[in-house]
Design a protein. Structure first.
Lengths: 115, 114
């Protein structure tokens, strides 16, 4: 089954304790992206990656890091989480060839609470 | 730069009534348009999309949206809603040449009351 998986689904942590949210896709997609969803703000892009070793900032990159060492994985790293990073996070992927390249597939989401 | 405006943050309706969720976008180049739905405590699901061809697109559960280039709109409609349609709906756009960036509107919460 084609899918994007994220782990963990729920996480409660404390300010300053480094954490990683994993994202993996099994569709051989080149493009991957991270979003955060906050009430009244919709989804905003944090980082994206066009392919292995190619990453770039989205609209709200402050406080986050990413890496793309393998095509299927795109982890999101919070080196020193703060309460304003409490949010619902989504990973997404898509191909980059043809019309299907504009449709993104989303993971189930990770609800992060930073106290 | 591309942007999306969803004109209503909340839309309450009664069951079996028609509904329209409005979406306007801005972009100077060709666009690809999407509606995603998020049911309570769930992730995002693609509801329907416009990539090319017919400007009227339909979903399997009775929703439809029409791409109107002159009005830069992609409104979502359903002639008769059910309680189970209660969800948040997000309009999104990708512009050609935007590095596949998907820009979302802020969402419209559709609440269907009995």
């Amino acid at each position: 089954e084609a899918q994007v998986t994220q782990n963990p689904r729920y996480l409660i942590t404390v300010t300053g304790k480094k954490l990683t949210v994993t994202c993996s896709q099994n569709m051989n997609h080149e493009y991957m992206s991270w979003y955060r969803q906050d009430p009244g703000l919709g989804l905003r892009q944090i980082y994206y990656s066009m392919n292995v070793e190619v990453t770039d900032k989205g609209d709200v990159p402050e406080g986050y890091k990413v890496s793309r060492k393998e095509k299927r994985n795109f982890p999101l790293i919070l080196e020193s989480p703060s309460p304003n990073q409490t949010s619902l996070y989504f990973c997404a992927s898509s191909g980059t060839r043809g019309m299907g390249s504009y449709e993104q597939y989303f993971g189930p989401g990770t609800r992060l609470t930073v106290t | 730069a591309q942007s999306v405006t969803q004109l209503d943050s909340q839309v309450p309706v009664f069951e079996e009534a028609p509904v329209e969720l409005r979406c306007n976008y801005s972009s100077s180049v060709s666009v690809y348009l999407f509606w995603y739905v998020q049911y309570p405590n769930q992730g995002l699901q693609l509801l329907l999309k416009y990539l090319s061809g017919s400007t009227l697109v339909e979903s399997i559960n009775g929703f439809e949206a029409e791409f109107n280039k002159s009005q830069t709109s992609f409104h979502l409609r359903k002639p008769s809603v059910h309680i189970s349609d209660t969800a948040e709906y997000f309009c999104a756009v990708v512009s050609g040449g935007s590095n596949y960036k998907l820009t979302f509107g802020k969402g419209t919460l559709l609440t269907v009351n009995p």
